[in-house]
Design a protein around this ligand. Structure first.
Ligand SMILES: [Zn+2]
Length: 96
């Protein structure tokens, strides 16, 4: 199987997943910061099917300073990465 291609996505979340307009990081689960996050979206060539593929995505994300992600499936598959600007945690709660 082809390895998943990870590319930086500079558009808005709704440009890839219409139903997810407004979906964004809301709170850091470590320090309860609610205002300041560093966020990046990545377009994936397909959805990951196992842990090894999830890990391969994480190692691509390391180049951009992130070490974990959530997957947003749909017409286009996105990996969402967010980091708390206050404490640096990537344990971030996303919602609308
Ligand atoms: Zn925090």
């Amino acid at each position: 199987m082809e390895p998943i291609k990870v590319t930086e996505f500079n558009g808005d979340i709704k440009d890839a997943c219409k139903d997810f307009e407004g979906f964004s990081p809301l709170a850091c689960m470590e320090c309860e910061n609610e205002d300041s996050f560093e966020t990046k979206l990545f377009l994936l060539s397909r959805e990951p099917r196992n842990e090894a593929e999830e890990n391969a995505i994480d190692s691509e994300l390391k180049k951009f300073g992130f070490s974990s992600h959530s997957i947003l499936g749909g017409k286009k598959c996105l990996a969402l990465a967010a980091k708390c600007s206050k404490c640096g945690s990537e344990e971030i709660f996303w919602d609308f």
